[in-house]
Design a protein around this ligand. Sequence first.
Ligand code: ZN
Length: 249
Amino acid sequence: MFAIVSDIHGNLEALTAVLAEIDRRGVKDILCLGDVVGYGPNPMECLDLVRQRARVSLMGNHDFAVFYEPFNFNSGAESACYWTRKQFENDPDVERRADRWKFLGNLPVRVRTNEFVAVHASPRRPVNEYIFPDDIYTNPGKFVSIFERFDKLCFVGHTHVPGVFLEGPDFYSPDELDYRFEVTDEKAVINVGSVGQPRDRDPRSSFVIVSENAVEFVRLMYDVDTTVKKVEAIEELDNFLGTRLLDGR
Ligand code: ZN
C-alpha cells in the first residue's frame, strides 16, 4: 500500500495535513508526481518535507521552471516562479542551498514498475502535456496516442483535476466512482488531483492511496485561510493565487 501525492505548489498547510492523514492511515510509502514548488508561499519548506518523506518525486513543469526556465507560463505563474527561485537563492545556508538545487535538478521525469507508470503530466510529454476530460470530445486522437504509451495503469497530476480516464474514451470523477476505483484488465490513466491547489471546485486537498487492486481517492480539508493570508502578504504572489484556493479553482 502506498500514497501518491502531486501538485503541492508550496502550500505547507495542505502538505502537512495530507502527510498527517497518510501517517494516521499507517501508510509509509509515498510517491510524489511533482510540482512541489511554484504558486504557493512555502516552496522550500515543502521541498524539504518531500525530500524527507517521499520515496521519489518527479519533475513537474513548475519544478522545471524554477530550476531551468518557465515555459508557457502566464504572468502570475511566471512572477511566482521568479519569486520562488529568489527564495532558494537567498537561503544563507550554503550547503542546504546546494542540496536543494541538486535535488531539484535531479528529479526524474518518470517512474516505471511492473504495475504502473507514473509521470507528472502525460506519458507522451511527461512534464508539460495536459490531459483534460474535455479532450474526450475535442481531441479523441490524443487519447489513442496516450493509451498506446503504457501497458496497464498510468498515474498523472498536472491538471489539478482528479479522476479516472478509460480507453473508451471516458472520464469519471472521484465522486462518480464513490472515491474508489477497482483496477481491472482495462487500461486507465488516473489523475490523483492536487494537494496544494485543487481546481475541481472542491477546495480540499486531493491525493490517492493505492492498494492491491484499488485506488482510493481522498479529500482532506486544511487551514486554507492561513495559506491565503500568507499569499496576500507576499507582493510577488498574485492575490488570486490565494483566493482561488478558497473555492478550488
Ligand atoms: Zn501543478
